[in-house]
Design a protein around this ligand. Structure first.
Ligand SMILES: [Zn+2]
Length: 286
């Protein structure tokens, strides 16, 4: 992902089948693309494909493998429809979403308890939810855990899927012809690059009055508009949060590498402008 929040592809792979050893080969090839050999992706987001997850554990043992929330919610929703009577489906779905969004472990425990109580008559459903998702994988998709991970807002694989969909459109019915496929991929990458360049230009030159804040003058030209927008949003929390880390939760710092409300509050209290380094280190790297 770029600092302007666009996605780009670094590689495409043809696979004979989707088994762990095939995935390992693909990931090994991906690993070779990293210029610094000791640098590995901090976060890898996938679906619950056990063969792929196993391969990630082997090739990138230090990376955190998050799971796509969108797919999990879709599966849980379908199971809910199967097991739960009509009138209760919406309530249970809402309670489930509250579990997923729980921002700390205490809240997670409370939300889960509420869900369990609502599901006393639906042991099939609640067992599925716990055995398939919460017990083995909660640290891969529940807010309480993933808010501590630098995922830059990527909690679903939807971005990659829409990029893949575009590529498939370009491939049309030319599947099987290597040259045509290569051309489609190349065109796809050129298009991505064009969009990314345009987004950098726009980010650099366009004046957006919505972002006028005490820090704007210091950060403009060094920090992307997308990051400024997130900081501007976070500034709205400063009055409420003050400098209290507990109230803050510090998600913007841990998930985006940007200063969170309690940090911004500290700078404001001291009347010191926020140092650029505190903001754009991650963005420049990415
Ligand atoms: Zn904070």
């Amino acid at each position: 992902m770029t600092s302007t929040e666009l996605t780009f592809a670094v590689g495409f792979a043809y696979m004979e089948s989707e088994q762990t050893e095939n995935f390992c080969w693909v990931l090994e090839k991906l690993k070779e693309l990293f210029v610094k050999k000791d640098m590995c992706p901090q976060v890898i987001l996938t679906d619950r494909d056990l063969a792929l997850m196993k391969a990630i554990e082997v090739v990138f043992p230090n990376s955190i493998n998050l799971l796509c929330r969108f797919h999990i919610n879709k599966n849980v929703g379908a199971k809910c429809k199967q097991h739960v009577v009509n009138d209760l489906q919406k309530t249970i779905d809402t309670l489930w979403m509250e579990v997923v969004w729980a921002s700390d472990e205490v809240e997670y425990g409370q939300r889960l308890h509420q869900l369990e109580q609502a599901c006393v008559d639906y042991s099939g459903f609640i067992n599925y939810v716990k055995d398939t998702w919460l017990t083995p994988h909660r640290h891969r998709f529940v807010g309480a855990w993933i808010n501590r991970v630098l995922h830059l807002g990527n909690t679903t694989t939807n971005r990659v899927e829409s990029a893949h969909w575009k590529l498939k459109q370009m491939l049309g019915n030319s599947i099987g012809d290597m040259v045509k496929c290569w051309e489609a991929m190349n065109n796809n990458l050129r298009l991505q690059l064009g969009n990314i360049r345009a987004s950098f230009q726009k980010s650099f030159y366009e004046v957006e009055h919505a972002h006028v804040s005490p820090f704007n003058g210091y950060l403009c030209g060094s920090v992307s508009r997308a990051a400024l927008r997130r900081i501007a949003e976070e500034l709205l929390r400063v009055d409420y949060v003050g400098t209290n880390r507990k109230i803050c939760g510090c998600t913007l710092r841990t998930s985006y590498g940007l200063p969170c409300a309690c940090e911004l509050g500290r700078y404001r209290v001291g009347g010191i402008p926020i140092p650029i380094d505190a903001v754009h280190v991650h963005w420049r790297k990415l």
